[in-house]
Write a protein that binds this ligand. Structure first.
Ligand SMILES: [Zn+2]
Length: 609
């Protein structure tokens, strides 16, 4: 018997067998069972989360010979042929390889003919964002008036690249990344069925390495089975993934606390015997420091999925909050700088040595008492008050910590209060700002400075147009969600921060607490650094220290990104009309029997944003 890869062998054949995506499946099952079918479905999400799998199952649901159902029989010829990829009325297209308009026309030419075998002709277009502008127009015409026997199932990793006109004609489903817990559960089931023995921690390694993708997880599992020859063990999986035992991270943190550089280098040397990927060691360290920081404010927030809850809590009680923030920031910057290090191991060693060099002497060890619930609780109840309550000597440190953590909803533990600790804290503040000056601050100031004129320029034409946009300075007291697009263009953001924010909506504004809602499909590029930059732009604009919360959610209004897209479309349409009505163009067309190719027209009117 030939070996069949797991991803193929265990590809779900009905909705029940899917791992995750319950929110999407529920809606699809309901619409199938209640006979409320749409003619075009769009599935979005990162790679390997199940977009085409769901689409293929839906094709079976629509064409099963037993009738339209959310539970296709899996036995009739329609079900089996779809499964084997040879059902004549399921037309699968990879848009990445067929981007030209001729391809799309050829594809859509046959749309009006009835299905040969099935009930519906199903067009499954994967990576649909890769189609050219012409192809989209051809597709759009069919989407506007689809014959009743046709269903479109579109899938994309990048819905932002789809024209709004196409988006608006599809029922859209955002597929989420699958949690490590769900992935572990899934592969555990498969291994039990396949009768392959395993150690559970090994599965957690695989579940985390797959980064939310079922397909990647099964591919890794295939490799692990090949590598391990028999039982899938934690050690073997670590070796093949290049990760290290979590206990190495614990030991490294111990040496930081003990201020013992020699022992630290010895641990790295010993770890090198297993040829780990040192950049992932640095990532593991970051993730560990994050858990320790969370444990300091919310001990119950730490689960034991990695079997080290007690170690995390011990470290949380031993390292001062501000020192921990310093370690974290150094690890974060070092990770960013890693490509420039001679090699990853040197990068890791320098990061750890830097933590020792900058750690305020004597401060790391603090009594656990300062983490008691009594002290933490008031801050949690009233986060707005915490700045006022701080003694002035600690302002610099808390300011810095806030800058790094930038999570307004996580209160900061108070620094130690003994007089000796005060002095040390002060020296920590000085050292801390030295680190900042070396890293992000200079770049930040530069970025802000560069943005100032751009902000003015972009706001100028908006006001002239008299659209929803205004260049008037907005006030926090009267700020409302319908002013969001105007505010966005005045914030002076750039780069990836700008594009993330462009996919947000303004949620609640309560005093100094502002909530942004980030499109679920945009979360992959969002991180703490981005949160910090966005907050800093808001602070700068309103000239106040704000509490900015960014949560993911459903987008139910026009984001700045969608607005810009619409403006761009309208601008192009206007140019096309102007061109077509031009007397000289008309004459040329007539005399030479010419044809206008609309997508070669470029608007020359100034952009409205
Ligand atoms: Zn069937």
């Amino acid at each position: 018997m030939t070996y069949q890869v797991l991803a193929r062998k265990w590809r779900p054949r009905n909705f029940r067998e899917m791992a995750g995506q319950g929110h999407v499946l529920k809606t699809l099952i309901n619409s199938l069972d209640n006979d409320r079918l749409h003619h075009a479905y769009l599935f979005t999400g990162t790679r390997g989360v199940g977009k085409t799998t769901i689409a293929r199952i839906l094709a079976r649901c629509l064409n099963c010979e037993k009738g339209v159902t959310s539970e296709p029989c899996g036995e009739c010829s329609a079900c089996t042929e779809i499964d084997q990829g040879r059902f004549i009325d399921l037309i699968e297209v990879d848009a990445a390889s067929r981007t030209k308009v001729e391809d799309t026309r050829e594809l859509l030419d046959n749309v009006q003919y009835s299905p040969t075998r099935g009930r519906f002709k199903v067009y499954l277009i994967d990576e649909v964002h890769m189609l050219s502008g012409h192809s989209f127009n051809a597709l759009l015409k069919t989407l506007e008036e689809p014959p009743p026997h046709v269903k479109f199932l579109l899938a994309t990793t990048d819905p932002q690249k789809l024209p709004i006109t196409v988006l608006s004609r599809c029922l859209q489903f955002n597929l989420k990344n699958i949690s490590p817990e769900r992935l572990v559960e899934h592969i555990k089931h498969i291994l039990d069925e396949e009768k392959v023995p395993y150690e559970e921690p090994a599965l957690w390694q695989l579940g985390r390495a797959a980064q939310g993708s079922v397909r990647d997880c099964l591919t890794l599992l295939d490799q692990a089975i090949g590598y391990c020859e028999g039982e899938i063990t934690d050690t073997a999986v670590r070796a093949f993934l290049g990760t290290i035992d979590q206990s190495v991270i614990h030991e490294l943190v111990d040496t930081l606390i003990a201020n013992d550089a020699a022992a630290m280098l010895k641990i790295i040397d010993a770890a090198a015997d297993h040829a780990p990927d040192f950049s992932s060691v640095l990532a593991d360290l970051l993730s560990y420091l994050h858990r320790v920081a969370i444990a300091q404010v919310l001990p119950d927030g730490i689960d034991n999925s990695q079997g080290d809850r007690q170690r995390v809590l011990d470290h949380a009680g031993t390292i001062a909050a501000e020192t921990l923030q310093l370690y974290y920031q150094i690890a974060l910057k070092s990770r960013e700088d890693l490509p420039f290090a001679i090699d990853a191991r040197a990068g890791l060693e320098m990061a750890l040595l830097r933590m020792l060099a900058f750690a305020p002497a004597g401060v790391p060890i603090v009594p656990q008492a300062h983490l008691s619930a009594d002290e933490v609780a008031p801050d949690m109840q009233d986060p707005e008050d915490k700045v006022k309550k701080k003694p002035p000597v600690n302002e610099a440190i808390t300011g810095h910590s806030r800058l790094i953590s930038s999570r307004a909803d996580v209160p900061l533990p108070k620094p130690a209060k003994t007089p000796a600790a005060k002095d040390e804290a002060q020296s920590a503040a000085i050292q801390t700002s030295a680190v900042r000056a070396n890293s992000s601050t200079a770049a930040e100031v530069k970025t802000l400075a560069e943005n100032a004129p751009q902000e003015k320029d972009s706001a100028q034409p908006l006001a002239e147009k008299g659209d929803v946009l205004s260049k008037d300075r907005l006030s926090l007291q009267t700020l409302s969600s319908d002013q969001w697009i105007s505010l966005f263009f005045q914030l002076g953001l750039d780069g990836i921060t700008r594009s993330i924010t462009a996919n947000c909506l303004l949620g609640e504004v309560k005093g100094r607490h502002i909530t942004l809602i980030l499109d679920e499909s945009q979360t992959s590029v969002f991180n703490e650094e981005q949160q910090r930059r966005i907050k800093s732009a808001f602070d700068k604009y309103f000239q106040e220290e704000l509490q900015l919360e960014i949560k993911t959610g459903k987008i139910d209004a026009e984001t700045p990104s969608a607005w810009r897209e619409r403006m761009e479309q309208e601008r192009l349409q206007a140019a096309i009309i102007e061109f077509e009505n031009d007397e000289m163009v008309k004459e040329i067309l007539e005399r030479f029997s010419g044809v206008i190719q609309p997508d070669t027209i470029e608007p020359t009117s100034p952009k409205q944003y």
